[in-house]
Design a protein around this ligand. Structure first.
Ligand code: SF4
Ligand code: ZN
Length: 309
């Protein structure tokens, strides 16, 4: 089987969605091309300062190796940040040694910040409180809301112009479905407008998602071909997440229709473009407790902390 692109080297990967057979080199190139094409959405300027959220998983690891090339192109700066939420079984801490090594190799400044220092509690402590007080809050809700706010605050402290996250095509398709199932239309629309760089909110450092159109499987394969070792890193709370069920469901559907995740994300992108003027009317105001932009009086993070402290 010969590579459909270079027509020389043996193919090692069959991309079901396009029917292409790719050799290792053409595969790596095609992933990087997708990333660079995605970055055009964000109209990056010179002298950007990127704050890359690094969890130690395959997505942020792949970005750690691709971003320095963008850095050179835009004469920009990168800083990597790892948030230690404080899971049971030291889940994040286990990957830390490896992240530090990789950042050192890539010559990228790396910072480690913890929920405990920032909020006064670890994620495990907050979750235990929710259980003891019979408060219906899932670990992923607490983790996601507090992590997002914390990254924004760190980015502001660091004067970063963009927050870079490693969300891939699978993550995006899952998040879209999750917001539909929750009936959260405004959050859903904001997700699209933000991911496409269509809207900017006072108080939020704009986010960019270079891997948004790369399927999770291809990110993993990219890391494998680039010989990037990936630590075993499964969150002990994953069992509680709605994302896990949606992920498994989409995998099943994908077997019958390989373009299912692309269809969800691309269709959502088209809708987001049409809805952006509607969204612009739904302005955010600062949380009365902390100043973080929110559509409510008190932001979700303050609400969670108030319930659990
Ligand atoms: Fe946080 Fe949930 Fe992800 Fe674990 S699975 S890191 S608790 S969002
Ligand atoms: Zn090839």
């Amino acid at each position: 089987m010969i590579c459909s692109r270079c027509k020389r080297r043996p193919a090692v990967y069959f991309r079901r969605v396009s029917g292409e057979k790719l050799c290792k080199e053409c595969f790596i190139k095609s992933v990087e091309q997708t990333v660079f094409r995605t970055l055009r959405l964000y109209k990056l300027s010179r002298n950007e300062k990127f704050l890359l959220a690094v969890s130690g998983g395959k997505d942020s690891t792949a970005l750690l190796t691709i971003l320095p090339r963008i850095e050179r192109k835009y004469s920009s700066e990168i800083i990597a940040v790892t948030i230690i939420e404080g899971h049971p079984e030291s889940f994040r801490e286990n990957a830390l040694k490896y992240i530090k090594l990789l950042c050192k190799k890539m010559n990228i400044i790396h910072k480690v910040v913890t929920f405990k220092e920032h909020y006064g509690y670890t994620l495990s402590e907050l979750w235990e409180r929710a259980l003891n007080r019979n408060i219906r809050l899932m670990p992923c809700t607490i983790c996601g809301v507090l992590r997002r706010k914390m990254i924004n605050e760190i980015a502001k402290e660091e004067n970063a112009t963009r927050i870079v996250t490693g969300h891939n095509l699978d993550d995006e398709a899952q998040t879209i479905i999750m917001n539909v199932l929750r009936g959260d239309d405004i959050r859903l629309l904001r997700l699209g407008a933000e991911a496409l760089g269509l809207i900017k909110y006072e108080g939020f450092v704009p986010r960019i998602k270079p891997l948004r159109y790369v399927p999770e499987r291809e990110v993993a394969l990219y890391c494998y071909f680039k010989k990037l070792p990936l630590p075993e890193n499964i969150c002990p709370f994953v069992e509680y997440s709605m994302r896990k069920s949606i992920r498994e469901y989409l995998y099943k559907l994908e077997k019958k229709n390989p373009s299912i995740k692309y269809n969800i994300v691309k269709c959502f992108d088209r809708l987001s473009m049409k809805m952006v003027s509607y969204l612009k009317k739904k302005s955010l105001s600062p949380c009365i407790k902390c100043g973080y932009p929110t559509s409510r009086k008190i932001c979700r993070a303050c609400e969670i902390l108030e319930k659990l402290s």
